[in-house]
Design a protein. Structure first.
Length: 550
């Protein structure tokens, strides 16, 4: 699947190759396609080839609109049966038809480079595009023979391109996109490969064209000449007798408009300037030194120049396409377990082996013992979740471990969990007396869980923390009580008469406390009662031992 930046001024197409996004070049090795179309004497010209044939320009600012905005300067237009038409060469065309020709050309470039037909695409649109503008963009794609798998916002695409290599970071960035005719500023929060747009602001009538107009006046030349000369300022401090300072001064109104947008977006996002980790520059006009200087002033930090301003949006579209078709596995380099992993122990309780948020890959183990005399095997239930009881967690798998029979509590089984970088869990169980291993691999990735499910599990664990905890205390105390009570009566008959009345009374009182707490199902009370009974029977237990040993 391909990704397309369908720009007002320039367009580009990208794809994931060997895990990385690349912008595809046409037969002449050009990676940017000017968004220009001309149909002259029934010949169709698109991009660079259209330049000498009075092409239609900036049709993106007309797509999905009912009226031509007053600022439109892309050539003659008219309204025909309620729809805008633009003059492309000597032919009237709709903005959808013009866009379709641009998309067809990009599709052909991709097919030429990739050697196979491309039928699906991700296309970027400005964040502020409404339903109609989006619908017409899709219509254009269909005309071009492309099914739109997703439309994504341009700043989000730029953030994706920025985020690909930094997916594990938690950062707040501003994407400053100054193109040919529009300006967009978005503040985006990236957390573990997820993107949230906190605020956007922009000016649909501010871009490189305005800087061309200013320069044309300064140099007293044509707009197209000014466009050429403007680039010279990228490196030169003076062009045709006009100094960079003079040019910058003449552009102050334009820069002031940009400043207002930036400040509004900052206020809307609730983030202070120093709370932004990076300012990413996107769009051809951010190559202008005065724009970079302006950005540094507004945000009080140097902008990040890591992204190619002409290609970032297309690359982001390619990454999104890769995420959809599976060529990019996952953006977030999953580096922690979202939920705890463990096994079930006696009483249906979850025993955590790898706690949530552990960094992966990792390996952890614990020793377990037999609950019953002469037990020859143990069932290992592998669980995932944050709750105390098995029934509230997710069961990932189950297996039997055989071990050498031994008296209760004396067999030793080591259970080891290893989690690889993909979140695949292998469980190993070893009988320490025979060194025999049993292991299983949980095929399902333990980290591939939706954010929603993780959140739900954690919320529930917090909601039920007290109940769960009490439940756990009760279950553990009950197991102890079940062990103590039956042997108590036996012991009393055996050696009871050797105890003084006071001790005997204390034992009986604790015994009835335990029974009462068992009935009332109160964990804390039962735990206390069991401990008291344990203390009270200390002497009794040693008398029993003596009588057994003779
Ligand atoms: P869009 O997103 O609107 O399609 P682009 O991001 O391609 O636009 O930006 C096009 C604008 O960038 C034009 O106004 C062009 O003059 C300007 N531009 C491109 N390269 C340079 C450069 N090297 N120096 C100054 N301006 C440039
Ligand atoms: Mg753009």
């Amino acid at each position: 699947m391909i990704g397309i930046d369908l720009g007002t001024t320039n367009s580009a197409v990208s794809v994931i190759e060997a895990g990385f996004p690349i912008v595809l070049a046409d037969k002449e090795n050009r990676r940017l396609l000017p968004s220009l179309v001309s149909k002259t004497n029934d010949n169709l010209y698109v991009g660079h080839e259209a330049i000498p044939h009075t092409p239609s320009q900036s049709v993106k600012s007309l797509i999905g609109r009912e009226e031509v905005p007053p600022s439109y300067n892309g050539g003659p237009t008219k309204i025909m049966s309620g729809r805008i038409q633009v003059m492309a060469g000597d032919t009237w065309m709709s903005p959808v038809q013009v866009s379709a020709e641009i998309l067809k050309t990009l599709k052909a470039t991709a097919e030429f480079r990739l050697g196979k037909e491309q039928r699906e695409a991700v296309i970027t649109v400005p964040a502020y595009f409404n339903d109609r503008q989006r619908a017409e963009t899709k219509e254009a794609a269909e005309l071009a023979g492309l099914k739109v798998r997703r439309l994504i916002a341009e700043p989000t695409a730029a953030a994706l391109a920025y985020g690909l290599e930094r997916a594990s970071e938690n950062t707040k960035i501003a994407v400053y996109d100054l193109g040919g005719g529009t300006f967009d500023l978005s503040i985006i929060e990236m957390r573990k490969g997820n993107f949230e747009v906190l605020a956007t602001a922009g000016d649909t009538d501010l871009g490189g064209d305005d800087f061309d107009t200013v320069l044309a006046e300064l140099l007293d030349c044509s707009i197209s000449e000014a466009t050429e000369q403007k680039r010279a300022f990228d490196t030169a401090s003076s062009v045709s007798g006009v100094t960079a300072e003079a040019y910058e001064k003449a552009c102050w109104k334009l820069l002031e408009r940009s400043r207002k947008c930036c400040e509004r977006a900052l206020i809307d996002s609730g983030i202070k300037k120093d709370g932004l980790d990076r300012i990413i520059l996107v769009g051809g006009s951010t190559k202008m030194p005065m724009v970079r200087k302006h950005v540094a002033e507004v945000f009080q930090q140097e902008p990040d120049l890591c992204l190619h301003p002409d290609e970032a949006v297309a690359l982001g579209a390619g990454i999104q396409a890769g995420l959809l078709d599976g060529t990019v596995q996952t953006l977030s380099l999953i580096d922690v377990t979202p939920l705890s992993l463990g096994i079930e122990t006696l009483g249906g309780l979850m025993n955590v082996i790898i706690p949530r948020n552990s960094t992966i890959p990792c390996k952890k183990g614990e020793l377990f013992t037999n609950a019953v005399d002469g037990q020859t095997s143990m069932k290992v239930k592998v669980l995932q979740g944050e709750r105390e009881f098995t029934k509230d967690n997710w069961e990932l798998g189950e297996f039997e471990v055989a071990f050498t029979p031994a008296p209760k509590g004396q067999a030793r089984v080591g259970i080891q969990f290893s989690l690889d970088a993909n979140g695949i869990l292998s469980v190993l169980a070893r009988d320490t007396s025979t060194q025999e291993d049993t292991h299983i691999t949980i095929e399902r990735s333990t980290v591939d869980i939706t954010e929603v499910a993780v959140e739900k599990m954690i919320d529930e664990s917090v909601d039920h923390a007290l109940d769960d905890m009490d439940g756990r205390v009760f279950t553990e105390a009950k197991m102890k009580a079940d062990e103590l009570l039956p042997s108590l009566d036996e012991a009393l008959t055996l050696v009871g008469e050797q105890l003084d009345e006071e001790t005997k009374a204390a034992i009986l009182a604790s015994k009835s406390d335990v029974i009462a707490a068992l009935e009332s199902q109160n964990g804390a009370e039962l735990k206390k009662a069991v401990e008291k009974l344990d203390d009270a029977t200390e002497e009794l237990a040693s008398l029993v031992m003596q009588s057994i040993l003779g």
